[in-house]
Write a protein that binds this ligand. Sequence first.
Ligand SMILES: Nc1ncnc2c1ncn2[C@@H]1O[C@H](COP(=O)(O)OP(=O)(O)O)[C@@H](O)[C@H]1O
Ligand SMILES: [Mg+2]
Length: 251
Amino acid sequence: MAEDILRVEDLTKSFDGNTIMNNINFSVPRGELSAIIGPNGAGKTTLFNLITGYHLPDKGRILLEGRDIVGKHPYDIVRLGIARAFQRTNIFPRLSVLENMVATVISNRRGSLNMVTPVQKLKAVHERAYPVLESVQLAEAAERQSGTLPHGDQKRLDIAMALALEPKILMLDEPTAGISPEERWQTIDLVHELWQRLGITMIFIEHDMDIVFKISQKIRVLCYGSLLAEGTPAEISKNQKVIEAYLGEEV
Ligand SMILES: Nc1ncnc2c1ncn2[C@@H]1O[C@H](COP(=O)(O)OP(=O)(O)O)[C@@H](O)[C@H]1O
Ligand SMILES: [Mg+2]
């Protein structure tokens, strides 16, 4: 049996007295490609915020390779191996694509690089950024101002910025949100190929059920505070609770 890289135990979170997450439990085996699905407002992004240290849970543990990361700063969680791309991209629009990559690496390595960093070291960061940009088909856009790129390219830049942090777990919050149906598959094929090539664990939030059911090994369904179900695409598509609460007759 594969070792669990991530384990969420009794995770609970309220905002202003509203329980958004109520005793969520699940484990993610190392190397798994999985989806989180659920209605708008179900708490999917909140779950990512809790795992990546942006929010503190009211209760529960989040174990990364057996170690509880609750209470750790987001930077420390990145260094322990969890990186994310955001539902609304996290890029600096005025910086070039390459500068965004460099800024991400520098700002997430507190102390090791700063304003007086020797040029040699910066050069090394540049050199490492290029293959990552190539892997998301953005190497040719390296010098472009990132805010002028098409939305799909900006989403892929956000993914590249997360990948530049060399994570063990990559979390993607709606990697295809707001991009055209044609571009959507291009992005997803790329995500799938990156997963196969890098062998890392990936967890993505996605609304497009064709995508979810096509590429996921495991699907977890969040529904207003609870983990309604988890299973393979075949299991989830037959799950009566999920069909009633979320999928309808769609799948
Ligand atoms: N920082 C916050 N403060 C207050 N309420 C929040 C905050 N973040 C999320 N929420 C609320 O939590 C619920 C779940 O939001 P979210 O996790 O963004 O859902 P999803 O990503 O599944 O659409 C929503 O009702 C949202 O308004
Ligand atoms: Mg969300």
